[in-house]
Write a protein that binds this ligand. Structure first.
Ligand code: R5P
Length: 309
């Protein structure tokens, strides 16, 4: 088995390689002054099962193009099999047509990966359960929820004093799974409204008024769980709504820290006490902040790669 890394998350690729007892296969990624890339595999991969680690968070297009070129270089160098480890899948929110005339961006990306020899993919916490249907190659859909459950247990937060929260109805399946992992920890849902044209988010109220009426009196803390943070709007609006309803301690667990625009600053200045995320997306220094805590998914990926060998 050979493991190569694109440039979107080399630290994660190195951790996965270490868990597998391997070192990264050297790859030259040369960037010309005009931004074009030249990729060269610098070790034999003939008849090898090759793993490419390349989440496609921003810059999404650059990361996808780089992945396509790496896959092409591996295939041309004799790789037998290519598995793409893409914890965060770019364009996953455009997995179908929402408004007439739109492209299905995710399907375009998957087709490209398949046509370049990608035979399997590993992804984490996809935005909707319908997304795997878009894939024409086998997709192993993993989740960070067991890691979040472990972390919540380690904090000593019990179900008697903690309530889980999904900031939108789309997260209901996710919150039910986490609740089960935590021995039926109670949960509540927020009704979110996003303007499809501007992206503006509003947390309009609770899916279940009775549970919030009870929860702010009964529960000491709320744990907001989501698949990704992009602008930070969803988490902050949810946190504000919970605060207005009397909740005092707020935490959030999110798989994909995309942190677009001012998200890091918005989260640091929010009422949320701590933001737990995974290392599936690399967070550059300028987007790190005091309240941030990063949990690793590397050994989960390594175990999956070992078991599917
Ligand atoms: C959308 O439904 C997702 O589950 C996330 O809630 C959303 O993508 C987060 O985006 P933002 O941080 O920009 O509100």
């Amino acid at each position: 088995m050979k493991i190569v890394s694109g440039s979107s998350n080399r630290p994660l690729a190195e951790k996965i390689a270490t868990h597998l007892g391997l070192t990264l296969t050297p790859l030259e990624i040369f960037i010309f002054p005009d931004g074009e890339r030249r990729i060269q595999v610098q070790e034999s991969v003939i008849e090898e099962d090759c793993i490419i680690v390349q989440p496609t968070n921003p810059p999404v297009d650059t990361n996808y193009i780089e992945l396509f070129l790496i896959a092409d270089a591996l295939k041309r160098s004799g790789a037998r099999d290519i598995t793409v480890v893409m914890p965060y899948v770019g364009y996953q929110r455009q997995d179908h047509i929402f408004r007439d005339g739109e492209a299905v961006s995710l399907e375009v990306m998957v087709k490209a990966i398949e046509s370049l020899g990608g035979q399997k993919m590993i992804a984490f916490d996809l935005h909707s359960i319908k997304i795997p249907e878009v894939f024409t190659i086998p997709l192993k859909h993993l989740s960070a929820l067991p890691i979040f459950a472990d972390c919540i247990r380690k904090q000593g937060w019990t179900k008697e004093e903690t309530v889980l929260v999904t900031p939108d109805m789309g997260g209901i399946r996710r919150i039910k799974i986490l609740s089960e992992l935590l021995g039926d920890m109670p949960y509540l849902t927020i009704i979110k409204n996003r303007d499809l044209a501007t992206g503006h988010v509003e947390a309009e109220g609770f899916g279940d008024e009775i549970s919030i009426a009870l929860s702010h009196k009964k529960y000491k803390r709320a744990v907001i769980v989501d698949d990704m943070i992009s602008s930070g709007g969803t988490i902050v609006k949810a946190a504000d709504l919970l605060t207005e309803n009397g909740m005092e301690e707020l935490y959030t667990f999110v798989t994909h820290p995309i942190f677009s625009a001012e998200a890091a600053e918005i989260l640091q200045n929010s009422v949320v006490k701590k933001v737990f995320v995974t290392d599936g997306v690399f967070i550059p220094k300028e987007k790190q902040f005091e309240k941030l805590e990063v949990l690793s998914i590397a050994d989960m990926i390594a175990n999956e790669l070992k078991s599917s060998k």
